[in-house]
Design a protein around this ligand. Structure first.
Ligand code: THU
Length: 136
């Protein structure tokens, strides 16, 4: 699959999801779009809670959305925020992406559409994954 060619669509879906973010505490909306091996794209936004620690990041919302639909292999994750500082997935989200997309491409975009890309391996080197549990 030509992921580079799909980046504009991923960013558009992530921006739509960002507009649905529930962020009454941080006022920092984040949108994510995850491309799975099926070719389908799933979206997510951050969902905060009055008990702050229960907040779910946009990336995990989008990954779980796809997994709940039966997807298992992540090819790419796009993230977009408001303003000029493109975000990057937090440590917890990197580990969750890793479970289903150890080779995934992560696209981090600012509101104006400018973005940079990293591989999941760059973001989370020497990572722990399901294969470590095999045969234990
Ligand atoms: N957040 C995300 O949704 N994704 C990230 O990559 C970083 C942080 C959310 C969590 C919280 O709702 C807000 O941004 C501020 O931390």
């Amino acid at each position: 699959m030509d992921i580079q060619a799909i980046i504009p669509e991923l960013l558009a879906v992530a921006a739509e999801a960002r507009d649905k973010a529930y962020v009454p505490y941080s006022h920092y909306p984040v949108g994510a779009a995850v491309l799975f091996a099926s070719g389908k794209i799933y979206r997510g936004c951050n969902v905060e809670n009055a008990s702050y620690g229960l907040t779910n990041c946009a990336e995990r919302t989008a990954v779980f959305n796809g997994i709940a639909a039966g997807e298992r292999e992540i090819l790419a994750v796009a993230i977009t925020v408001k303003g000029n500082n493109a975000g990057s997935p937090c440590g917890a989200c990197r580990q969750v992406i890793r479970e289903f997309g150890p080779q995934a491409l992560v696209i981090s975009a600012a509101e104006n559409g400018e973005y940079f890309t990293r591989t999941l391996t760059e973001l989370l080197p020497d990572s722990f994954g399901p294969e470590f549990l095999a045969g234990s």
